[in-house]
Design a protein around this ligand. Structure first.
Ligand SMILES: *Cc1c(COP(=O)(O)O)cnc(C)c1O
Ligand SMILES: [Zn+2]
Length: 377
């Protein structure tokens, strides 16, 4: 069943639907199970947690996603485990969500779908649609990284570049959604059920234990919601004792969730965003914002905002250890450095830093960043 977060209305999942008639976001009524003993014999992809996924493995549209490395690294930031989710089939963690969401769309028998994105979700959904023989129409802002646009076009999706802000792209998508199924990764509960496999992998890779804290970037907040859902399911099944603190990171130039949390609101605060190199999280009006703030509070976590110079410094220090991530992904290690400097993390705590996207798809933006630095020095 789909259950509306807003009015508690329910709908059967046999029929395609992306939101409630009241306009609210939908969740799934679903009981996850875990078979620890069976894991050993299974392939290293996210469908190894089949009992905990709302789509049967037999119906999986897969590109081998999941089981990314968890790398312990010591540096200026102290000790931390880095989750290399940029090593996914399309170069971002979005493949976790897309794999499960597109598999369900295929089960529904849809042949044409619509999606809007800052770039990575569009590339991911285009790839899985190609794999599933579904026609995808992807809308992205005209200023999105060239690598992401090229990727979407090459996968064979119909690509529309929309002039203006990410919000104008959203408005164009809602207009087009009147005539085509809106496969929005921000609305779909299947997407969040895919992203939750991040929690399962951390649990398994840490020897069937949960870390003390997980640091994730937050735009619309699918990583926050996915981690909350995944760790809650593990706890409810008796696999872990407690859910880690969720530490969500926003760019200071666009921080509606962090501002809402800081001011003890239950909702994101409207912001006038300015341009940030963290294009993947420059979301002024997060769709499930209320739930994201609640998830951070519930886990005794916190929000951190980072400035552009802190993001750039983290991008470089990651590269200096051999990890080429995209600027958006650098907000998480930037937050770790900041929290350690402020003494906000117990040195004994096991901390995971989620690295969400590959630098290779944003190389045009990295070239710009390096160019700006050289001409100003
Ligand atoms: C989409 C994205 C994020 C943020 O995900 P949300 O669900 O919007 O919070 C972070 N990093 C990268 C690289 C992304 O593509
Ligand atoms: Zn409703």
């Amino acid at each position: 069943m789909f259950i509306c977060e807003n009015c508690a209305a329910s709908y059967p999942t046999e029929t395609p639907r992306w939101r409630c008639d009241c306009g609210g976001a939908l969740n799934l009524e679903f009981a996850a199970r875990f078979d620890r003993a069976a894991l050993q014999g299974r392939a290293p992809h996210l469908w190894r947690y089949a009992e905990a996924l709302p789509v049967p493995f037999a119906d999986a549209i897969s590109l081998g996603e999941g089981s990314t490395p968890l790398l312990p690294l010591t540096g200026a930031w102290g000790n931390a485990h880095f989750k290399l989710d940029f090593m996914m089939p399309t170069g971002s963690f979005k493949d976790r969500g897309s794999a499960v969401m597109v598999s369900q769309i295929k089960r529904w028998g849809l042949t044409d779908i619509l999606e809007d994105s800052s770039g990575n979700a569009g590339a991911s959904i285009a790839a899985y649609s190609a794999r599933a023989n579904i026609n995808a129409h992807i809308l992205i802002p005209a200023h999105a990284s060239a690598g992401k646009a090229a990727q979407i076009a090459l996968y064979g999706a119909r690509l529309s570049k929309i002039q203006g802000t990410r919000e104008e792209t959203l408005a164009a998508a809602l207009e087009a959604a009147k005539t085509m199924f809106y496969a929005s990764h921000n609305w779909s509960p299947y997407f969040i059920h895919g992203v939750k496999t991040l929690a399962f992998e951390l649990w398994e890779q840490m020897g069937f234990r949960a870390p003390d804290a997980v640091i994730v970037p937050a735009g619309n907040g699918s990583l926050v919601l996915g981690c909350r859902l995944g760790f809650n399911e593990l706890r409810n099944a008796g696999m872990i004792d407690r859910v880690p603190r969720l530490i969500a990171v926003q760019a200071a130039r666009c921080a509606p969730l962090a501002r809402g949390w800081q001011q003890w609101f239950n909702e994101p605060v409207p912001v006038n965003k300015s341009t940030t190199m963290a294009e993947g999280i420059a979301v002024a009006t997060p769709i499930r914002g209320r739930a994201v703030i609640a998830a951070v509070r519930e886990t005794n976590g916190l929000f951190v905002t980072v400035q552009e110079d802190e993001i750039l410094a983290a991008l470089k220090s990651m590269a200096a250890t051999g990890l080429y991530i995209e600027p958006t992904a650098a907000v998480a290690p930037a937050a770790l450095t900041k929290l350690r400097a402020q003494g906000d993390l117990d040195p004994a705590d096991t901390v995971v830093v989620e690295l969400t996207g590959s630098g290779l798809k944003a190389s045009d933006k990295v070239v710009e960043l390096l160019g700006a630095r050289q001409s100003s020095s």
